[in-house]
Design a protein around this ligand. Structure first.
Ligand SMILES: [Zn+2]
Length: 111
């Protein structure tokens, strides 16, 4: 039993014209567009006092402190080797909650 081909909707409209440009137009439409991607990294934790959600990559959440200065958070979040093992030693010291000003350490990282 053959399933209907759903991808047909993504095919570009084909030109039925048969003038001299049709071959060039076909070639142009066959070329994929190229765009860049953006990588967004959030390293989320929770204030132990007020339970505010805190992104360790966002200074607005950490009382203006850039914990990723010199890549300290990203290098621990995306380490060489086995992430599951390496993340057990993930550590960010003295995070200050922007909501309640409680200071705490973060140890360990789940992903
Ligand atoms: Zn808090």
């Amino acid at each position: 039993m053959t399933a209907p081909i759903a991808v047909a909707a993504c095919d570009p409209p084909t030109s039925k014209r048969d003038d001299g440009n049709s071959r060039a137009l076909e070639l142009l439409s066959a070329m994929p567009d190229i765009v860049s991607a953006s990588l967004n990294i959030s390293v989320l934790t929770e204030c132990p006092q007020c339970e505010a959600s805190i992104d360790l990559m966002n200074q607005n959440d950490t009382s203006g402190v850039d914990h990723n200065e010199e890549g300290g958070v990203v290098s621990q979040a995306c380490p060489d080797g086995c992430w599951t093992t390496q993340h057990q030693s993930f550590k960010v010291r003295t995070v200050k909650c922007s909501e309640c000003c409680k200071e705490f350490d973060v140890h360990g990282l789940e992903w």
